[in-house]
Design a binder for this molecule. Structure first.
Ligand code: ZN
Length: 123
C-alpha cells in the first residue's frame, strides 16, 4: 500500500507516468464514473472510455472541465491535464482520439478511482 501511495504521489505531484499496461482500470468495463483518486472529483464517465491501445486508460470526453497546461518537457509539446479540484497531474490530452470529440485523454490509472453505477459499498 505504501508503495502504491508513493507511486501515486510521483504521478500526481511530480508529473510522473505509470508504466504502460500497469493499470487494472484497463480491464474495467462496468458502467460507472472515474473519480480523482486524491480528491474524489468526478472526472470521466465510463461511456467515454475507449481502448486506445496505448497502455493507459483513455477517454474521448471528460465529465467536467479539466485544467490544462502546455507541457514542453521531453522535447515535445503536449497538453498536460490536471484535476480541476486538487490540481493533481492526470496525464495528457492528444488530438488523435475517436469521434465525436477527436480527443484522447490519456490518463494514469493510479490517480483514478472507479465507482460503478449503483454503488459499491463505501466502507
Ligand atoms: Zn483531484
Amino acid at each position: 500500500m505504501s508503495q502504491n501511495k508513493s507511486q501515486q504521489d510521483a504521478v500526481a505531484w511530480a508529473c510522473g507516468t505509470e508504466p504502460p499496461w500497469s493499470s487494472p482500470l484497463l480491464d474495467e468495463h462496468r458502467p460507472g464514473t472515474y473519480h480523482c483518486a486524491l480528491c474524489d472529483a468526478a472526472l470521466f464517465a465510463s461511456d467515454s472510455k475507449f481502448n486506445s491501445g496505448s497502455g493507459w486508460p483513455s477517454f474521448f470526453q471528460t465529465k467536467t472541465d479539466l485544467e490544462t497546461q502546455d507541457d514542453h518537457r521531453h522535447g515535445m509539446t503536449r497538453t498536460e491535464i490536471k484535476c480541476p479540484s486538487c490540481y493533481a497531474h492526470l496525464g495528457h490530452v492528444f488530438p488523435d482520439g475517436p469521434p465525436p470529440t477527436g480527443l484522447r485523454y490519456c490518463v494514469n490509472g493510479i490517480v483514478l478511482r472507479f465507482l460503478p453505477d449503483g454503488g459499491e459499498t463505501q466502507a
